[in-house]
Design a protein around this ligand. Structure first.
Ligand SMILES: Cc1cc2nc3c(=O)[nH]c(=O)nc-3n(C[C@H](O)[C@H](O)[C@H](O)COP(=O)(O)OP(=O)(O)OC[C@H]3O[C@@H](n4cnc5c(N)ncnc54)[C@H](O)[C@@H]3O)c2cc1C
Ligand SMILES: *[C@@H]1O[C@H](CO)[C@@H](O)[C@H](O)[C@H]1NC(C)=O
Ligand SMILES: *[C@@H]1O[C@H](CO)[C@@H](O)[C@H](O)[C@H]1NC(C)=O
Ligand SMILES: *[C@@H]1O[C@H](CO)[C@@H](O)[C@H](O)[C@H]1NC(C)=O
Ligand SMILES: *[C@@H]1O[C@H](CO)[C@@H](O)[C@H](O)[C@H]1NC(C)=O
Ligand SMILES: *[C@@H]1O[C@H](CO)[C@@H](O)[C@H](O)[C@H]1NC(C)=O
Ligand SMILES: *[C@@H]1O[C@H](CO)[C@@H](O)[C@H](O)[C@H]1NC(C)=O
Ligand SMILES: *[C@@H]1O[C@H](CO)[C@@H](O)[C@H](O)[C@H]1NC(C)=O
Ligand SMILES: *[C@@H]1O[C@H](CO)[C@@H](O)[C@H](O)[C@H]1NC(C)=O
Length: 533
């Protein structure tokens, strides 16, 4: 046995000996934390269950997804205002063996940023959300607790000619979103958010504050798609901004099954990844909770949701050439600024809403829905019969649930980048990504809805990527495999889910993890494990 192995075994024993709730060691942790941050405003940033602020914070975490539950509540919610306070929290976590969960925007599909099956505390980065834009150099520094909506807003405030390619929902946090990829309406033109990161600050397992130069290129590679959590606590990103015309063109056109939706979806698969890079034709196949059943058939809307970087005439020309079957009319299209398009694409906001709404990060999502997401990559068009099989399955979902499949086109910039350039490996050869989202309103519908979403996933196996059946890390899905949460996960066990998210990049991620966090301080159910010898 090497020294390293013995050390790892000891630390496993050490942390697993705390795998039950033990008031004494939480008090010790609390004392350690208060002691370490004595010069800061500790009473304002440490929230224990005795504080009223604790339950306000805790309840807000579940607003996105009521399905999430866990055996333990966080012992402490820590809302640091400075990087030095995070260092202190890591130090105390190591001494007292209390597991860390890191939360930025809190949109994790499985709630891994705020729940755990072992005693834990949360480092919630909501107070670290400053953004500074350099319009000359076309760069921005954005702290990890900011939302993408805030970043978009600040960019637009400084310049009408700059933009950043990231996701659609403005409440998503840059901390989790950028570290797992980040797909949005500009992805075919500029790539993922992670493709546009040029520097970062993070705090490693030894409590050191590192930037790109001091962490080194391997470590910097890992955090641009390899997922948050595994490689440290990211406190800020430096990103590259892109030129955008003062007007872009958008449309949202719906077709029902009676209006040939099946044929249109079939045709769409032959052009979506090949059209002009300025055009991103996203497709949502929606059947909501209140959508009526007609002749035993649930009504399904195929919504063609589109961003074009350019004017309306150019768009109509491109559509006529590539997708005349859709029958797009000039009246369907709206020219607007890029920041207006952000609001247009976000379902929650009615037309004409002021961009200021992008700053209301803590009030804009209160849907109280139960939600399960899964993902797939499609490399060959799904046949008409295959599509009709999906519609049939829609009818098997209970009436008290809704479903949306999002077909997000790839190609363009996404496929110009090699699979190993960043840990995000979904590049050339993919036509589109599917997100399967099932929604329901009441806990009693959970089992049926979850079973249904797994059934649909099984049905899709023959139509999607194989060996591995790839998945998108940011659409986290614990069905595809999990670690042991006490930290002793083997390479083989983690490889099951790891190659789905990262393909061949998984091995390099494991090597980097082994070097920078050998005792697995930063871990969750789907974090990269270090090699044990
Ligand atoms: C409503 C909704 C809409 C979405 N839309 C899109 C979309 O358009 N495009 C897209 O690509 N994805 C989308 N997603 C998925 C989204 O990208 C991921 O859920 C992402 O991980 C969320 O980041 P977060 O900071 O909000 O979440 P969190 O829950 O805070 O974090 C997610 C994970 O990253 C870790 N983490 C968070 N911050 C840090 C940090 N600073 N350092 C280290 N680790 C950290 C957390 O521990 C957790 O494991 C959407 C999700 C939801 C719920
Ligand atoms: C809690 O932990 C302390 C210190 O490790 C230990 O002495 C004590 O027995 C534990 N208490 C319980 C209830 O498990
Ligand atoms: C501590 O918090 C209080 C209340 O929010 C504030 O008035 C005070 O300025 C803070 N002090 C420091 C040193 O941050
Ligand atoms: C939490 O409670 C403690 C002890 O009563 C108090 O000192 C502290 O100021 C409270 N913190 C917050 C954030 O309310
Ligand atoms: C539906 O699609 C078929 C095949 O592409 C086409 O022949 C037909 O005209 C379309 N019908 C409508 C109503 O668009
Ligand atoms: C649900 O879908 C139906 C049509 O399928 C539509 O009429 C209705 O407005 C939708 N409801 C919501 C809440 O989106
Ligand atoms: C797009 O159109 C559909 C169907 O008409 C509608 O339900 C939806 O609210 C529109 N906007 C978005 C953002 O989906
Ligand atoms: C939301 O955040 C804003 C700005 O930080 C704050 O003023 C407001 O009180 C918050 N609202 C809620 C409901 O927490
Ligand atoms: C890890 O620990 C768990 C419980 O402590 C045990 O059941 C499992 O076999 C261990 N796994 C490995 C790979 O050592």
């Amino acid at each position: 046995m090497t020294k390293l192995t013995i050390f790892v075994f000891l630390s496993i024993w050490f942390s697993s000996s705390y795998s039950w709730s033990n008031k004494t060691h939480i008090d010790d942790f609390l004392q350690c934390l208060s002691h370490q941050i004595i010069n800061s405003n500790s009473s304002q940033i440490i929230h224990t269950p005795e504080n009223s602020s604790y339950s306000t914070l805790f309840n807000s975490f579940f607003s996105d997804n009521q399905r999430i539950t866990s055996n333990f509540k966080p012992s402490i919610i820590f809302t640091p205002t400075k990087e030095s306070q995070i260092k202190a929290a890591i130090r105390c976590s190591k001494i007292h063996g209390l597991q860390i969960r890191i939360r930025s925007g809190g949109h994790d599909h499985e709630g891994l940023s705020y729940t755990s099956e072992t005693p834990f505390f949360i480092i919630d980065l909501r107070n670290l959300r400053s953004i500074s834009i350099d319009t000359q150099k076309k760069t921005a520094w954005v702290q990890a607790g900011a939302t993408i909506g805030e970043l978009y807003y600040r960019i637009a405030q400084k310049s009408k000619k700059l933009a950043f390619p990231a996701g659609v929902c403005p409440n998503v946090g840059v901390g989790g979103h950028f570290s797992g990829g980040g797909y949005g309406m500009l992805a075919r033109k500029f790539g993922t958010a992670a493709d546009n990161i040029i520097d970062a600050k993070l705090i490693d397992a030894n409590g050191q504050i590192l930037d790109r130069e001091s962490m080194g290129e391997d470590h910097f590679w890992a955090i641009r798609g390899g997922g948050g959590t595994s490689f440290g606590i990211i406190t800020s990103w430096k990103v590259k901004l892109h030129d955008i015309p003062e007007k872009v063109t958008v449309f949202n056109v719906t077709r029902t099954l009676d209006q040939n939706a099946t044929q249109l979806v079939y045709k769409w698969q032959h052009i979506a990844d090949k059209v002009d890079d300025n055009l991103l034709l996203r497709l949502f196949l929606r059947s909501n909770i209140s959508s009526p059943f007609k002749r035993g058939q649930r009504s399904i809307n195929a919504i063609f949701f589109t961003m074009f970087v350019g004017g309306v005439d150019e768009l109509l020309h491109e559509m006529k050439k590539s997708f005349p079957e859709l029958g797009l009319m000039k009246e369907d299209c709206i020219e607007m600024s890029w920041i207006e398009s952000i609001i247009f694409f976000y379902i929650g906001f009615p037309k004409g809403t002021s961009p200021d709404v992008l700053l209301n990060w803590n009030t804009t999502t209160k849907k109280q829905l139960y939600f399960k997401g899964k993902s797939d990559y499609v490399q060959y068009p799904i046949s008409i019969m295959g599509l009709e099989g999906i519609w049939k399955l829609y009818n098997k979902l209970g009436e008290n649930a809704g479903v949306e499949l999002q077909f997000s086109p790839y190609g363009g910039k996404l496929s110009e980048i090699s699979e190993s350039e960043t840990p995000f490996p979904h590049r050339a050869g993919n036509i589109f990504m599917i997100e399967y989202a099932a929604f329901w309103m009441k806990m009693e519908n959970s089992k049926r809805s979850l079973d249904w979403s797994r059934k649909l996933y099984r049905y899709m196996a023959k139509y999607v990527s194989k060996s591995p059946r790839a998945a998108y890390f940011n659409y986290r899905d614990l069905d595809i495999g999990v670690n042991n949460i006490n930290g002793n996960t083997s390479y083989e066990q983690a490889r099951i889910w790891g190659v789905k998210y990262f393909k061949n990049n998984f091995d390099r991620l494991v090597k980097i993890k082994t070097k920078i966090d050998p005792t697995n301080i930063f871990r969750n159910e789907q974090s990269i494990p270090p090699l044990l010898s």
